[in-house]
Design a protein around this ligand. Sequence first.
Ligand code: UTP
Length: 296
Amino acid sequence: MDNKNIKVEWAVIPAAGRGTRFLPITKGVSKEMLNIIDRPTIDYIVDECLAAGIKNIVFIVSEDKDDIKKYYSEDKKFYDELMSKNKMEYANIIDSIPKKANFYYALQKEMLGLGHAVLQAKDIIKDNNFVVCCGDDITDFNEVSPVKEIVDAFKEVGGKTIVGGKKVSEEEISKYGCMDILEKIDENLYSLKGIKEKPKKEEATSLFASLGKWVFNAKIFENIEKTPRGVGGEIQLTDAIHTMIKEEGAYFYNFKATRYDCGDKLGYIKAVINFALKNDEWKEELIKYLKEKIEE
Ligand code: UTP
């Protein structure tokens, strides 16, 4: 197929995890719904997808998580209430959220890992290409959405798996999937020999880490189905990617945007501070306050 005709119009956002590291709040609220100022974390990811022209979004949710669906659904009662009080600006916010994209939901009944979570979208995605973005990994992109970068890379390599990520420090690499590089293709694109999950620092094959964003063709579903349960009894997405590497090749793309791991408390705090410092309304006051705190 002509690479220009390759389409990526779907995104899958796994958000069914327990969020154990964020207990106790995750007993009542999905970690993907934790707020960065006035918007849930997951909405930053939806915006990364929208900025890449993707308007079909499938959330993977668990049975007892209904807050994500509630957020992206219509709320006529709240809308009418705000309108009757002449609070048009707020009413428009309520009205616009469900209209941002076409939202779909797939249920993950058992928490059997990321590969298993992605598989739940199979009946909705069918044979389309799609992006996967972890529901708790957000970026601050000033110019190009990292999702747009990996989608462009997917087209460039003729529709084969792209693992999105960045270079991390030697101290950090053991927290992530570490790339085993075959060859450098261009400035930010590399072909892959393999991926080593959470290697010891001295066993790391590179400092390129997988950071919660991928692009796949529909063959990944067959390979996830063939993947036996691995570490922790979970069906690992990385294992299915290994099969893709063997069968047709896969690539790593080093995206530009700064990434925040909002599944981790410190990563989440950094994200809140970063986005708070971008707001002109209180930026100066906040810097003053932070300086005072540092001096203390
Ligand atoms: P994590 O491993 O960070 O999420 O998965 P978790 O399991 O909620 O984390 P802890 O360790 O208990 O704190 C990354 C993303 O994949 C989703 C999560 O919701 C998160 O957005 N996920 C993970 C699923 O949807 N299903 C799973 O079985 C596992």
